[in-house]
Design a binder for this molecule. Structure first.
Ligand code: FAD
Length: 495
């Protein structure tokens, strides 16, 4: 069994006994067979001594059990790593940052506590997947739409706190978060925003509460375990248009982005995602081809038609541009939509492009020039490693910045491919830092490098996080190293 640094076998065995008393022996997993399911299937460190191995996993079934687990971890100084559905593929899977961590698997806490049709929100526990929430809404015939990542197997809580991206009107998940319940590193239970007012009817309706707004401290964070989250939903639109704008040449990405920006700023486009032509495979440099932008329009009959017409007029300036649109009206039949239509409508799918890799996702200014520069800078670096740049999509859910995940292939059985992946991702982070981009999210193995980019004034931001970490989690038990934030006992000693 992998031991956490500084713990004896006896200490760990005693802690596991206490965990078993807290959550039930059947929910403490220590066999190799079980532990393997908590390692990163997409991990670039696979097969190397640096690949983190948990010592155990435990699955509490209630908030009280989570609190007990945290208190026991403090007593024995056991590092914990929290997962909700544990499917963080491409960004680290269910695996911890440090070997010997006990994975706290929240899958069993999977209650949908409320779906409110009048005010269009849901309150859910961590183990609720997008499939669960969608099914719940469909079964009750509620007139609400959700959005999620391409794989419906992910957790609403995890994708919200990790600031994941979808492709519909609700595609910037964290933006639509409203109210949290959090177990703090000492086991204390806290509700944010209006949830701190006992009996408040507006916990999921008004984000800000009174005093400093702290919800963001629990996003990309290691100072709390989120046990409930509020998320805003969209009222079912009477009409949905699933549209595609295709441009023929590789360089057309520049006008495509520049024309999209003012449309997005004016809310004439509320969402969209730009894709390379050969989704699922690294691009063939001899035949780069064009791009397509998938756009959804959601709303009243004549309004969506006018919006789509206006948008077509704007893109018509690009020679050779082509438009496609399919119109759907409520009540909707998902079976009538193609895969992209379903994604734009927030209908969860099985996801996956048949491409195993890790993501490096820079944040870019919303200009064609910035995207063009990124593609070419990244492609030059990929070529140094015998590869070509492959970007999964350019996400346009905000009006002022773009998220453009670059994908780097890994292999289940070829260590050379993974050595290349590690070196290449590190180079991409260095390049992103040099250009001032930073990344929005990264595979666990590269979190230190990603955080190092945020270095203004001798790393004042990281020092602030470290101050909070040490004050709230003095024993450093909660997800040490997550997002490059280490507790004092690990600082400077991390591998
Ligand atoms: C082919 C492919 C397509 C993908 N498409 C998308 C996409 O469209 N959009 C997107 O955003 N991502 C995408 N991903 C990335 C990722 O796989 C998904 O975001 C996935 O849903 C995350 O898994 P999960 O929800 O089970 O999170 P988990 O593995 O449960 O959690 C992820 C992380 O969140 C934190 N966390 C989880 N629960 C809690 C909690 N309760 N309290 C505090 N912290 C917590 C932990 O640090 C944990 O490591 C894709 C990946 C692949 C391989």
């Amino acid at each position: 069994m992998a031991l956490p640094a500084g713990l004896t076998k006896r200490d760990l065995a005693s802690a596991l006994e206490e965990f078993a008393a807290a959550v039930g022996r059947q929910f403490v997993f220590t066999s190799d067979e079980h532990i393997n399911t908590y390692r990163d299937e997409f991990g670039p460190l696979r097969g190397t001594p640096k690949d983190p191995v948990p010592s155990a996993a435990i699955a509490p079934g209630s908030v009280e059990e989570v609190q007990k687990v945290v208190r026991i971890a403090n007593q024995y100084r056991v590092p914990l790593w929290v997962i909700s559905c544990g499917k963080n593929w491409g960004y680290g899977g269910p695996a911890p940052r440090v070997t010997g961590s006990v994975v706290v698997d929240l899958k069993r806490m999977n209650r949908i506590l409320e779906v409110n049709e009048q005010h269009a929100y849901a309150l859910v526990e961590p183990g609720v997947s997008y499939f669960d929430l969608y099914r719940h809404i469909q079964e009750r015939k509620l007139k609400l739409w959700i959005d999620g990542p391409v794989g419906g197997w992910g957790s609403v809580v995890a994708n919200t706190v990790e600031r994941g991206v979808g492709q519909s009107i609700l595609g910037d998940f964290y933006n639509f978060q409203c109210g949290m319940e959090v177990v703090l590193p000492d086991g204390e239970l806290m509700r944010t925003g209006m949830g701190a007012v006992p009996g408040s009817p507006t916990w999921q309706q008004y984000k800000w509460g009174f005093g400093p707004h702290v919800d963001g401290l629990f996003s990309h964070s290691n100072i709390g375990i989120v046990t409930k989250i509020g998320t805003w939903l969209a009222p079912e639109p009477p009409v949905f248009l699933s549209c595609q704008v295709s441009v023929p040449r590789f360089e057309d990405i520049v006008p495509l982005i520049d024309i999209t920006r003012p449309l997005r700023q004016k809310n004439l486009l509320v969402n969209s995602a730009v894709f390379p032509p050969r989704l699922g495979r690294p691009q063939d440099p001899a035949n780069l081809g064009g791009w397509y932008n998938k756009i959804g329009f959601y709303g009243e009959d004549k309004v969506v038609d006018l919006q789509w017409q206006h948008v077509q007029d704007a893109y018509a300036a690009i020679p050779g541009v082509e438009f496609k649109a399919r119109r759907f009206t409520a009540p909707y039949d998902a079976g009538e939509m193609d895969a992209f239509g379903r994604t734009l409508a927030g209908i969860p799918g099985v996801g996956g492009y048949g491409y195993r890799g890790v993501f490096c996702s820079p944040i870019l200014p919303f200009t064609g020039e910035a995207i063009w520069n990124m593609i070419h800078s990244f492609d030059r670096i990929y070529q140094e490693y015998g590869l070509r740049y492959f970007g999964e999509a350019i996400h346009i859910h905000q009006a002022r910045a773009l998220v453009a995940p670059a994908t780097v292939p890994i292999s289940l059985d070829d260590p050379k491919v993974n050595e290349t992946a590690v070196a290449l991702v590190r180079r991409l982070i260095v390049e992103s830092t040099r250009q001032g981009w930073g990344v929005y999210r990264i595979t666990t193995a590269f979190m230190d490098e990603a955080m190092a980019a945020f270095s203004f004034n001798n790393g004042a931001l990281l020092r602030f996080h470290e101050t909070l970490k040490d004050a709230l989690d003095p024993n450093g038990i909660l997800a040490p190293g997550k997002n490059g934030i280490w507790p004092s006992k690990h600082r400077g000693r991390q591998a």
